[in-house]
Design a protein around this ligand. Sequence first.
Ligand SMILES: [Zn+2]
Length: 402
Amino acid sequence: MNSLLLALILSSTPQQIELGGADLFADQQQTQQGQEPPPAKPTKHDPDEEKHQKDLEKDRQLGKEYSVEVEKELKLSTNADATARLQAIGAEMAEIANSEAVAVLWGDRRLNKFDYTFKLVQGDDVNAFSLPGGYIYFYEGLLNFAESDDELAAVVAHEIAHASFRHVETLRKEQSKFDILRIPLIIAAALSRSPEAMHSVMAVDLATQGLVSGWSTQAETASDYGGLQYMKKSRYNPVGMLTFMERLAYKEVLSPQLDWGIYRTHPPSSDRAKFLIKSLNEAGIPLKRSQTTTSLSARSLLKPDGSFDLWFGDSLLYTFKGESAKARAAQAVIRTNAFLDTVPQMFQLTTNGNEVLGNGRTMIAVEAGDLEEGKSVADARDKVVVGLKRIIGELSFRLFRQ
Ligand SMILES: [Zn+2]
């Protein structure tokens, strides 16, 4: 990544350095306070509108220049299906982002329209980044990590928010004294989560740490919140943003190779997950994680012998046999998801005779006909309980309750 960063620094031409300035900020304040609906047809003499178009054009130009440098370092994916999937979801979310302004916690509050482009690049990183003007890049690793279109759309929405809220320009304004030459480098680091990029930033100047930290906390929170609003307007489930973030936080906990000294400057994913839970609760969106994941959802699978396996994530819980196997498995899927979606505690799991109950409601009813010769119903039921207890323990460790 070092040569990429170098390229980004070198791409900062004097023309770009002149961008920004105090007048821009004053102008923007005026626009926000004005609250007047824009005229249907901007006239030639609308100074706000002219200024707005100039600002957007500046982002487009900057993004175009950065994208040329970035693409010298990255290889485009050869996976046509995955690329098409990303671009279809990208186009959908871009249309939403361009249609009306949403609440902006940090950044440019105007409705900033861009022709978004989404490119899939080679690499296993669970990573995506956004350049000014709507140039958005996803690594193949992120598509593999996302367990649903909902999760992928959520990351798309987050990256769009960075561009739409003009976070790069916002940082320029807030840090006018800061060495502008270093900004592309910081952006690359902050947006990419790349350890190499973060190393480079730290090597350049430890004093940048505070800036990176301030930038990323505000920008990430604003993009998470803005992304959620785009998701609410879309056909995708906003909970996908939460489940993606929670799994990312879990991955960070599990990855011993991560250097916490470097990642300390980035808002930990767990904090972001908690913020998302709060925002989803406030929006009245139920946290049904089973709807946006595969690892946190129950499903039934037909086996060659006609029986149905009940799975939760990668745990096999039970096998239904006989005439009614399909219907019983389908009901168990619904009830197991309903129970585990609440991130229950152990005491909420109980038994009654041959039945396993969640919150007092039957989830799985063990029947002798499901079992091999000589196996007892009680033993089979207890085996289901053990499996569910292990899952409940894991959920408590991995997820945050509302
Ligand atoms: Zn971000």
